[in-house]
Design a protein around this ligand. Structure first.
Ligand SMILES: *[C@@H]1O[C@H](CO)[C@@H](O)[C@H](O)[C@H]1NC(C)=O
Ligand SMILES: *[C@@H]1O[C@H](CO)[C@@H](O)[C@H](O)[C@H]1NC(C)=O
Ligand SMILES: *[C@@H]1O[C@H](CO)[C@@H](O)[C@H](O)[C@H]1NC(C)=O
Ligand SMILES: *[C@@H]1O[C@H](CO)[C@@H](O)[C@H](O)[C@H]1NC(C)=O
Length: 367
């Protein structure tokens, strides 16, 4: 509601608490048109037998080598044009620096804005508003409030990167952003890096990210992917079988949380309310697309829970030196590898400390 005539009013009454929780947020659907080539993926997932076979293929010892078992058989020679609706929560005022938030897989935009009782300390959006930023928090296409899309033909890394590029343009044009920073988590960090590699932004903050996939297998295997519509028909019966989720609360906790640094009730909320299935096109197309982010010139912060499984194999200490080589042209590259947390950094007890480090970095770099 603050993106209208209220702005004048609020300015007139001065330092009103424009940033109190949710009061400055509104949900919108943003139409985007993207036009990029598509990978051709020769696989189908119809049932849990297929989900297990896909997990095996993605975790094989020689996965990611040139003898690669990824089921990608080619790429379209032409761009494919598609229109999607992106479900977005906008918070804060116009004419501010805007943070564009991209969540990870088996997650949703609720990751940045948890809603359970006592969630204040875990709420990245409220912390950002209090620090003077406006926020664009969105569900990836195929997830939650965004368009349902084909799990193989649309749910591809470079398509989602193009969607993020459109949202950066939206922040600049419709929110009149003075600056734009991208903040990502996990798969959303890869998307943030890829968008910043194509579109100039003012800063990039990546969490749940190392820039290499050596430690990916325990995560994939541990999640025990299942077909979402079979697993929970009342919640996900409308999705095609190419959407997968983890097998249960504890499998998901293995990949996303580290004892003893989180509240069990938070992991339960995350599993029951925050988590959303991902599409089988997403991981193979990331693996086929990612090489480096050497075209990013903006300052980059990589900030990690020490005990993060998917990027660091459960211990990030000293593992982020290699990460810096992915950003050869970044004006500044800072890393933090020792916060007491697992993969879902924002949902661990140290979240306020992590947020403070992020806003300290952004305050200096976006001056
Ligand atoms: C896709 O897989 C099927 C079955 O394995 C195979 O017969 C077909 O040739 C493959 N298509 C391409 C384009 O590789
Ligand atoms: C796994 O890889 C095998 C061998 O490359 C392939 O035939 C099969 O279709 C793949 N399965 C899935 C579900 O991707
Ligand atoms: C590299 O980044 C600049 C903006 O910083 C952009 O104009 C250019 O198109 C990018 N190059 C590629 C290959 O994406
Ligand atoms: C980022 O840009 C560099 C330099 O143009 C390019 O080599 C690299 O492939 C790009 N990365 C991605 C993920 O597109």
């Amino acid at each position: 509601m603050l993106f209208g005539s209220l702005i004048l009013l609020l300015t007139a009454v001065g330092a009103i608490s424009a940033y109190s929780s949710h009061s400055s947020c509104r949900d919108v659907q943003i139409p985007v048109t993207v036009s990029v080539p598509r990978f051709i993926i020769n696989t189908t997932v119809e049932d849990n037998w297929d989900a297990v076979a896909l997990s095996f293929n993605l975790t094989r010892r020689d996965s990611g080598q040139s003898s690669d078992p990824l089921p990608i058989v080619g790429k379209t020679s032409q761009s494919v044009r598609s229109e999607y609706k992106v479900g977005v929560t906008l918070c804060g005022d116009e004419r501010r620096p805007v943070l564009v938030l991209t969540h990870g897989i088996i997650e949703s935009k609720k990751y940045w804005q948890p809603s359970f009782k006592g969630a204040e300390r875990y709420n990245f959006v409220d912390a950002a508003l209090a620090a003077g930023y406006s926020v664009l928090n969105y569900d990836r296409i195929g997830v939650g409030s965004s368009s349902k899309i084909d799990a193989l033909r649309d749910a591809q890394f470079q398509v989602e990167t193009a969607v993020l590029n459109s949202l950066i343009a939206y922040a600049r044009q419709s929110m009149k952003a003075t600056k734009v920073a991208l903040v990502g988590h996990s798969y959303g960090s890869y998307l943030s890096g890829a968008a910043a590699n194509q579109t100039a932004v003012d800063a990039v903050v990546l969490t749940g990210f190392s820039g290499y996939f050596d430690n990916f297998a325990p995560f994939i295997a541990g999640a025990s992917f299942r077909v979402a519509k079979l697993k929970n028909p009342s919640r996900w019966g409308h999705l095609e079988p190419g959407y997968l989720t983890s097998s249960d609360l504890y499998a998901e906790t293995y990949g996303y949380f580290a004892e003893p640094y989180f509240e069990h009730r938070v992991a339960e909320w995350s599993y029951e309310h925050q988590a959303e299935p991902f599409a089988i096109g997403e991981l193979p197309t990331l693996l086929a697309s990612f090489d480096n982010f050497n075209n990013i010139s903006a300052p980059v912060l990589v900030i990690q829970g020490q005990f993060d499984l998917p990027p660091c194999g459960g211990n990030c200490l000293g593992q982020l030196e290699r990460t810096k080589t992915v950003f050869q042209k970044a004006r500044i590259i800072e890393t933090v590898d020792d916060l007491p947390a697992g993969h879902n950094l924002n949902l661990h007890a140290c979240a306020p400390q992590a947020f403070r480090k992020i806003f300290d970095f952004l305050t200096i770099q976006m001056r």
